[in-house]
Design a protein around this ligand. Structure first.
Ligand code: SMO
Length: 769
């Protein structure tokens, strides 16, 4: 019997739920005894020249150990000089410049570009003292006109990087042509869709502790990637082998902890510079101002087709707000371009992008990273087109889906979809939700003039996971002479269930019980080579690596067992049920893992592998959201959310459901409540959880999850990523549902988040026409 596919309870939870996890702030390592607390002095203005920093009052305050600014960073290697930009040079095309003229410094140098940007660092003997002392650091600003929005950035009147001569960081290489792709279209819809800026909002914000001792820097940091973090930390002028990065328990990342930020590099430097252990744990207020945020795209679209519902042409023009520093160049909107046509076989597709800098918090990856924006818009726009053509949104989707027999399928934007069955996923959702019955009830309420209307929203999504499949992932599996096993993985757990998943894979191959398997990750001394957790890659790459290592261990152990049995290798087999080695056909003789490993060199059987895949995978699914909209108040209540998701064979339904629950919640939250806002001077209006809308279980129904399993040929497990799919499908499903509820009143679109005020206003506007 296989353990794969069964509902194994998460082995990490008893510890996390009872004795508590050990996060950076909880670490009680001896080296951190007496660590000083770090508090950043952050810019209070969005765009200004720094004309002076006076630290004298702060230095004289009680409890102060040091006040550090860029002037103290004389022991750092100089950043590479900016490339000179000729006056008439157009912005570069394609993958983007990071650094160069757009360089993000550690501390702000001469100029600040967003509220919350680090200007100085205060080291004190307690956090309380830190807050007080930071207020005593006096920074003189000469304000500059703020660039608080994409529209302001595109005017190029106030420049964040005057040397660049423009606020446009990068443009996509595929130009938008003339209108000829829409020739012959009988139904054409054109318009704007905003994918608003949102916070990544992990439960645990950013946190780092660092110790410099005997020529080695040890950094504990809340990260998705210890190994990448180590590489980034070499910026302080140390070689990788002089740095150890440890990821203790990590309370969520959602993309914003893929590497380390400037604050974390500063903390590492401060520990080395002062020789004192330093610990920094950001407040929620800092987190909402200065942790990278997500989405922040404005789309202009045009879609056309015939009256029967065949979509003939689609154009997507993306402007990415990069925030004050271009963390990812054109990577996010490039992914949006790649995934633009979604699940549809559209004969003509044009997609382009540009990315601009604004005086907002830098934008980086957030659960889906560029793909949710594509799905949100195409799924919204297909509803526009269906409404304009007077057709049912289900019929239009089915008519245009890439068909099961068309896979593998390369879209017009170049995405090589591996496998899929989009119609089956939609049919599952419609049947489970009782679509026709829901439409009937919707009509009844409308006809009866009820104030609580029903809306039914559909979204069919496809997304790209393990986009950097070629980087692969590392794994080492060891079986010890006591019969236990240890798994070392280069991927990094921050809530997903890596410990459970990887132990299941080893149990399956080796027959060693899960409670005798330890999974270790996130320590560069133990695992110098690793890639990390992002892009829903852990099971398909990290899991495939663990499986491959376990298979190699089994082969090695088989040779040892044969020696011990004095039998031919072919006559020896592993009985995975009993977890023992046997001679085929002789039930009386067996060897335990402990006996086999004891006979090996150093009492250890070990395999060290890297698994790479030659291309990404494309999980898919359909989601249906049922909402109730109160037309008198604009209040939206989510009644039901039904999904059919397909990420290939399911390793453990509990883990898969967990990813989908969280993902749907985050996707629904973007549709309904979340938005980072700035005023016209670039001041953040949503820097506390009093002002920023976060969703909780209280606002959500129980999700109804259906699963199908279409394996991918891309990896031996046949699996695709599920970490981001819930979010990607949920946002447009909920978005479409709310607008569907009020469409008969003449509402065609409401931008997210669909707060009561926005919904109410849209209804008033439509009914006053
Ligand atoms: S935010 Mo994701 O790891 O592409």
């Amino acid at each position: 019997m296989s353990i794969l596919g069964t509902r194994v309870i998460r082995t990490e939870d008893p510890r996390l739920l009872t004795s508590g996890g050990v996060y950076v702030d909880d670490l009680r390592e001896p080296e951190l005894a007496g660590a000083v607390r770090a508090t950043f002095v952050r810019s209070t203005v969005a765009h200004a020249l720094i004309t002076g920093i006076d630290t004298s009052a702060a230095l004289a305050a009680p409890g102060v150990v040091a006040v550090l600014t860029v002037a103290d960073m004389t022991d750092l290697p100089a950043p590479p000089p900016p490339e000179p930009v000729p006056d008439d040079a157009p912005p570069p095309e394609g993958p983007a410049p990071l650094g160069g003229v757009w360089q993000e410094p550690l501390f702000a140098v001469d100029r600040v570009r967003f509220v919350g940007e680090p200007v100085a660092l205060v080291l004190t003997d307690s956090n309380y003292a830190g807050e007080d002392v930071a207020e005593l650091v006096s920074v003189d600003y000469e304000p500059l006109p703020a660039v608080p929005s994409i529209a302001a950035a595109l005017r190029d009147e106030s420049l964040l990087f005057p040397d660049a001569g423009t606020n446009v960081v990068v443009r996509g290489a595929r130009p938008i042509g003339d209108d000829s792709i829409f020739d012959g279209c009988e139904v054409i819809v054109e318009g704007d869709v905003v994918n608003q800026r949102v916070a990544c909002l992990p439960m645990e914000g950013r946190a780092t502790a660092a110790v410099w001792k005997d020529g080695k820097l040890t950094v504990w940091t809340s990260t998705q990637n210890a190994q990448l973090s180590r590489l980034i930390l070499t910026a302080i002028g140390l070689p990788p082998d002089a740095i150890r990065v440890v990821a203790p328990d990590v309370g969520g990342g959602f993309g914003a902890k893929i590497g380390v930020d400037r604050e974390q590099i500063i903390i590492a430097w401060a520990a080395k510079h002062t020789g004192r252990p330093v610990r920094w744990v950001e407040t929620r207020n800092e987190n909402l101002m200065a942790m990278t945020q997500g989405r922040a795209q404005e789309h202009h679209i045009k879609i056309g087709g015939d009256r029967e519902g065949h979509i003939k042409a689609y154009r997507l023009d993306v402007v990415q707000d990069s925030g004050a520093y271009s963390r990812m160049g054109g990577f996010l909107p490039m992914l949006t371009n790649l995934m633009a046509p979604g699940v549809y076989d559209i004969p003509k597709v044009e997609a382009n992008y540009k990315a601009v800098v604004t005086n907002g918090t830098p934008i980086a990856a957030y659960r889906g990273a560029g793909r949710p924006e594509a799905a949100a818009t195409i799924e919204r726009v297909v509803d526009w087109y269906a409404a304009e053509a007077g057709l049912d949104p289900v019929a239009v989707r089915k008519l245009n889906f890439i068909k099961k027999e068309q896979f593998p399928f390369v879209t017009k934007t170049g995405a090589p979809y591996d496998t899929g069955d989009y119609e089956a996923a939609l049919d599952k959702v419609l049947a489970a939700a009782d679509y026709e019955v829901l439409r009937g009830e919707q009509k009844r309420r409308r006809d009866a003039g009820e104030t609580r209307l029903l809306g039914i929203g559909l979204a069919s999504y496809v997304e790209i996971t393990a986009a950097d499949a070629g980087a692969g992932e590392t794994a080492k599996v060891e079986v010890h002479d006591d019969g236990t096993a240890t798994v070392y993985t280069g991927s990094s757990a921050h809530g997903q269930g890596h410990h459970t998943a990887y132990a299941m894979l080893v149990t399956e191959e080796l027959g060693i019980p899960m409670d005798k398997i330890e999974v270790i990750h996130g320590d560069t001394d133990l695992i110098p080579d690793g890639v990390g957790t992002y892009a829903s890659r852990s099971l398909q790459l990290g899991g495939s690596a663990v499986q491959k290592a376990a298979i190699e261990v089994k082969e090695e152990a088989g040779k040892k067992a044969a020696e011990l049995f004095e039998a031919a290798e072919d006559d020896v087999e592993l009985d995975t049920e009993a977890g023992v080695w046997r001679i085929k056909g002789d039930p009386d003789k067996s060897l335990s893992w402990s006996q086999v490993a004891s006979a090996a060199e150093q009492g250890l059987i070990v395999a060290n592998v890297r698994f790479t895949a030659d291309r990404p995978t494309f999980p898919f699914g359909s989601q249906l959201s049922l909402v109730e909209v109160d037309v008198e108040t604009g209040k939206v209540t989510l009644l039901r959310h039904v999904t059919a998701d397909d990420a290939g064979p399911v390793l453990n339904p509990i883990l898969m459901e967990g990813q989908r629950h969280g993902g749907i919640a985050q996707g629904a939250a973007q549709a309904l409540v979340e938005e980072i806002l700035y005023d016209e001077d670039g001041n953040p209006l949503t820097a506390t959880l009093m002002d920023y809308g976060a969703i909780t279980a209280a606002e959500l129904p129980s999700f109804e999850l259906l699963t199908s399993e279409t394996p991918t040929p891309v990896n031996p497990l046949g699996v695709k990523g599920i970490g981001e799919a819930g979010t990607i499908g949920a946002t447009p499903a909920v978005h479409n549902a709310v607008i569907d509820a009020v469409s008969h009143l003449g509402v065609r679109h409401i931008d997210m988040p669909m707060t009561p005020e926005r919904v109410w206003t849209a209804i008033q506007k439509a009914s006053s026409k």
